[in-house]
Write a new protein. Structure first.
Length: 448
């Protein structure tokens, strides 16, 4: 989606025509292009897997760097702040890059940028420096932003609009496959079952403490080096792949006539929906390891807790496959509202209980998170006509909720404890319920 210049227009439901001047090869295609669509979707789906795997490793970095640098919850959530603020900073620039070099080359550039960010973990761990880790995360996220801006819109319009939510849920399921595998492998490679406590670290000499930090931080070098190499290889692969341009899309000049995009209330409210959804999902995932290791919750080591984080994200994967089928028969807003309500009730259950009930109720939230992003996204850009590209860019920018709300929850946890800090996601899910049943109704404003 190219903010400010990409315009999406349906030229015919049965035989859509394509005219794209985004730097990719122009093409005209119709129903006979189904085979090409499947190949393109398969390639783009791999991108969803990559950024899911890399993003969820933040949940492993949170407890790991918290221990190394002896940080409180507020400060350690700067990990998520640095990562997800990149969506706000780089979303529109990424769209401008798409205008200039096209979708495929932007995807390649995004993968290479991600690789650079992954390789920057090596000097950050060698120092070690929390600030350098944050810088590496921001570079990594800048690359993911470029992929998100292109891939989400690509999948949304690559087929009939009435099944866009179902289609995006299906591709997002493979994103969840990455988020399911990531915590398990990351926990094994990065976390140390014999990590020193803050009290033990306080008794070390300055030299011994520095040596310990270097030793602990070095555990990120191997996994992020492997990730960097894999990203470079896939960048070469996708660069060689003949990715077709986006169907039903054409790039035209600026269109000043018509109502302002900000008058489409379902889009504006949808931006808030993406903001609170991503914020809630990331906040829960970020706190899970520390939460499950609490004596009155799971009473387990951080390494063991990391394996349970995989269940949280795995639930989202299963939910997206199931949700993709359900959305063929149930209205998107209805299913979104039901899932939002259940998610909120599960978080409340976890807050009000302890031991196994508290643990499994918070993990089960992952299943009901599953359809939220693609559903809110497709509801938010519905019926925008020539403003669809602009709206898509704004929706991606709203992912910045994953930067802000975890820090807010961290501040709450530092004051009232981690158990009751989950009140923030509850509020987020209540808003999503409102948006699903009321706020997502498209109202076409009068021209100004």
């Amino acid at each position: 989606m190219a903010v400010g210049s990409l315009r999406l227009g349906v030229q015919g439901e049965s035989e859509p025509m394509v005219m794209v001047t985004t730097g990719d090869a122009p093409a005209t295609t119709g129903q006979s292009g189904g085979q090409t669509y499947r190949a393109a979707l398969a390639m783009v789906t791999t991108l969803f897997f990559f950024w899911g795997f890399v993003t969820v490793l933040n949940d492993i970095l949170v407890p790991h760097l918290k221990s190394i640098f002896d940080l409180n919850y507020t400060k350690v959530m700067l990990i998520q702040f640095a990562f997800f603020s990149a969506y706000f900073i780089f979303s529109i620039p990424s769209a401008k890059v798409i205008d200039t070099i096209g979708y495929k080359k932007t995807m390649v550039a995004g993968l290479v940028t991600m690789a650079v960010g992954a390789f920057l973990f090596i000097p950050a761990a060698s120092v070690p420096s929390f600030a350098l880790f944050l810088g590496a995360l921001m570079v990594l996220a800048a690359g993911i932003t470029a992929l998100q801006v292109a891939a989400n819109a690509y999948v949304t319009v690559l087929g009939p609009p009435e099944t866009a939510s179902s289609r995006l849920n299906l591709t997002q399921a493979f994103n969840s496959l990455g988020t399911t595998i990531g915590p398990y492998l990351g926990g094994l490679l990065i976390l140390n079952a014999n990590a020193r406590s803050s009290a033990a670290m306080a008794k070390m000499s300055a030299d011994a403490l520095q040596a310990y930090k270097v030793q602990e931080a070095s555990s990120v070098k191997l996994p992020y080096t492997i990730i960097g190499i894999a990203l470079i290889l896939f960048a070469v692969l996708i660069g060689m792949f003949k990715l077709p341009p986006m169907p039903e899309a054409r790039k035209v000049g600026d269109q000043k006539s018509g109502p302002s995009i900000w008058k489409h209330t379902h889009l504006v409210l949808g931006m808030v929906g993406i903001f609170v959804y991503v914020g809630a999902e990331v906040s829960i995932g970020s706190f899970l390891i520390n939460y499950l290791s609490q004596p009155n919750i799971g009473n387990m080591s951080e390494v063991m807790a990391a394996k349970y984080v995989a269940y949280y994200w795995g639930g989202a994967m299963v939910g997206r496959f199931i949700g993709s089928a359900l959305l063929q028969k149930i209205k998107t807003g209805t299913l979104l509202g039901i899932f939002g309500l259940i998610a909120g009730l599960l978080v409340c259950t976890s807050m009000l209980t302890t031991d196994g009930i508290a643990m499994w109720s918070i993990i089960l939230v992952g299943f009901f998170n599953s359809i939220m992003f693609p559903s809110i996204y497709t509801l938010g850009i519905a019926k925008l006509g020539p403003l669809t590209g602009d709206g898509s860019g704004l929706m991606i920018m709203a992912i910045v909720g994953g930067a802000i709300l975890p820090v807010v929850q961290g501040a709450i946890a530092d004051r009232v404890g981690i158990h009751h800090a989950f009140i923030l996601p509850v509020i987020c899910y209540l808003y999503i319920v409102y948006y699903a049943f009321r706020g997502s109704r498209p109202v076409v404003p009068a021209s100004t």
